[in-house]
Design a protein around this ligand. Structure first.
Ligand code: ADP
Ligand code: NI
Length: 217
């Protein structure tokens, strides 16, 4: 099977697996991360086939929706790629990408690193920023029935992995706990420059938000 066919079959598999998924983690999130990854990969020196497979499969089974099971995503991707007879070396690389991509709070150490992972990680983080990041946060916070703002609740800037997993803070605090920190966590130069643009947009949004909260505009 050639690479193009493998990518097309992977797209079908992801669309089918994620049908009915919550708005922030659906096929369209994967689509945006895939497009962003390809865009960043054009400039970086990476294996584009691995980048595409990793991006398409990175959220195939998020542990949040599978009782915290961190193995299910990588395993599902591996079984699928084996069924297409993708070479073992590529499968192992993609499996490592999926297992290591997620932002797990401040004190988590990543155990695997590769230029391809760096590209997809940047793309995944970019989709949590800017206009898209704002939309996803409100969608995810709504899904968790979290309130969107309470001026008396301050952001928790030293969140442990366990606290982060609960995801029960206000949506505006999530900006300070995660979204506004992302621009300094980018790996690639392309990612950094795109992050700066999306970061500025979020700051502008927050300025507007506080003015409206106090009825000033
Ligand atoms: P990813 O799937 O990109 O690794 P997450 O699973 O952590 O990211 O979060 C998915 C989306 O939901 C992101 O856009 C993220 O900013 C948002 N999100 C995560 N936690 C919260 C929260 N506590 N409140 C609001 N939005 C959140
Ligand atoms: Ni993702």
């Amino acid at each position: 099977m050639n690479k193009e066919t493998i990518i097309l079959k992977t797209i079908d598999f992801v669309k089918e697996t994620l049908s009915g998924a919550e708005g922030g983690h659906d096929w369209w999130h994967v689509y945006r991360v895939w497009k962003l990854s390809k865009h960043i990969a054009e400039i970086e020196n990476v294996d584009i086939f691995i980048v595409e497979l990793g991006a398409l499969l990175h959220d195939i089974a998020d542990s949040k929706f599978h009782n915290g099971d961190e193995e299910i995503g990588p395993n599902k991707a591996t079984t699928f790629l084996q069924s297409l007879k993708v070479p073992e070396g590529i499968i192992t690389h993609v499996e490592n990408i999926i297992a290591n991509i997620s932002f797990k709070g401040g004190n988590y150490t990543q155990t695997f690193q590769s230029p391809e992972l760096e590209v997809i990680q940047d793309a995944d983080r970019l989709d949590a920023m800017g206009a898209m990041g704002i939309a996803r946060s409100f969608s995810f916070g709504g899904f968790k029935q979290n309130e969107f703002h309470d001026p008396e609740k301050k952001p928790n800037l030293n969140m442990s992995v366990e606290e982060d997993k609960k995801k029960n803070g206000t949506i505006i605090n999530h900006f300070y706990e995660k979204l506004l920190l992302l621009k300094d966590r980018m790996n690639t130069n392309t990612g950094k420059s795109m992050a700066k643009h999306r970061h500025n947009f979020m700051e502008e949004y927050l300025n507007e938000f506080y003015k409206e909260w106090e009825g000033k505009v």
